[in-house]
Ligand binder design. Structure first.
Ligand code: HSE
Length: 308
């Protein structure tokens, strides 16, 4: 294969209570990336959008992933990557992850499909490290695998695919302010109180069980984060109002998407998710805050080949 064009999806990490261990992929928001073999060795990046991300592969999240793969494989050709971002950086819906995971996937195809999906997640985390200073897989794993993925362990990497209830939809509102994951992580305390931990892992287990059993009410009851959300929500304008409005409009529950500022809400059924998105939109409409709104199903396939 000499050329491939792919779609790499946006993702919601944490899913409220499951900080750093759970995420899922979206169907209709993501980056497009084209990979071409070129005769000169090394990596070239062309950014085809107006998001002002660096062309220098050493400073670009997709670039560092590509360089790591070229270093390991040492092919007798180089690669040109063309990136059209559909996800704004610092949005909380996995912008760096989509580029990093897309890079791992596309490079692997040009290199002869030699790496398995788990190894692609390992490579993708090189990009996440550049973006946030920390290896975390709760965005890149769902981008690569699709659906919901649980990071049972990071060292060694153990990824568990969790089924997605067929009628589960997400509504997302993205206030157009930038929150860097690196900064949102600095706010967090390094220890948690045991009593809080018990509540939190009860909710995580409930959420995972709800996904397996397609028990929407259990999913809703479990979407509660008493550890990270109270700290990070101060960065998000009208956060409490968004939560109240989404649950008032029928959402199962809601929370911060990744490290924010996007806020997500899960609903049973597409119509409900649209009503919830409308309610979230109404909160921001007269507030002077610019925002984007998305409604999506859960993307079960992860990164997709557009053409090759
Ligand atoms: N788990 C990461 C965090 C996700 O919350 O910092 C970042 O998108």
């Amino acid at each position: 294969m000499d050329k491939i064009k792919i779609f790499s999806p946006a993702t919601v990490a944490n899913v409220s209570c499951a900080f750093d261990v759970l995420g899922f992929a979206l169907s209709n928001v993501g980056d497009e990336m084209t990979f071409r073999k070129i005769p000169e060795k090394g990596l070239k990046i062309k950014m085809k959008d107006n998001m002002h991300l660096p062309n220098d592969p050493r400073k670009n999240v997709a670039g560092v992933v590509g360089l790591a793969m070229l270093k390991q494989v040492m092919p007798d050709f180089g690669v040109e990557m063309e990136i059209t971002k559909g996800i704004k950086p610092g949005s909380g819906i996995g912008s760096s992850a989509a580029s990093a995971a897309g890079a791992a996937f596309g490079m692997n195809k040009l290199l002869g499909d030699i790496f398995d999906l788990k190894t692609l997640v390992e490579f993708s985390m090189v990009g996440e490290s550049l973006a946030s200073g920390v290896r975390h897989a709760d965005n890149v794993a769902p981008a690569v695998y699709g659906g919901f993925t649980l990071i049972r362990s990071l060292n060694p990497l153990d990824i568990v695919q969790i089924p997605s209830p067929s009628n589960l939809f997400v509504s997302i509102v993205h206030p157009l302010i930038e929150v860097r994951t690196r900064n949102a992580r600095k706010l967090l305390k390094h220890s948690v109180n045991l009593r809080d931990a018990v509540v939190q892992w009860g909710n995580i287990a409930g959420l995972i069980s709800g996904l397996f059993m397609e028990d929407y009410a259990l999913i809703g009851r479990s979407l509660k984060d008493i550890i990270v959300e109270p700290v990070r929500s101060i960065l998000i304008p009208l956060f409490d109002e968004l939560k109240d409005a989404s649950v008032g409009a029928g959402a199962l529950g809601s929370g911060i998407s990744g490290s924010g500022p996007s806020v997500f809400a899960l609903s049973e059924g597409h119509e409900n998710a649209i009503a919830v998105a409308d309610a979230m939109r109404a909160v921001y409409q007269n507030s002077g805050i610019d925002f984007d709104v998305y409604v999506s199903g859960v993307n079960k396939n992860g990164i997709e080949i557009i053409n090759s």
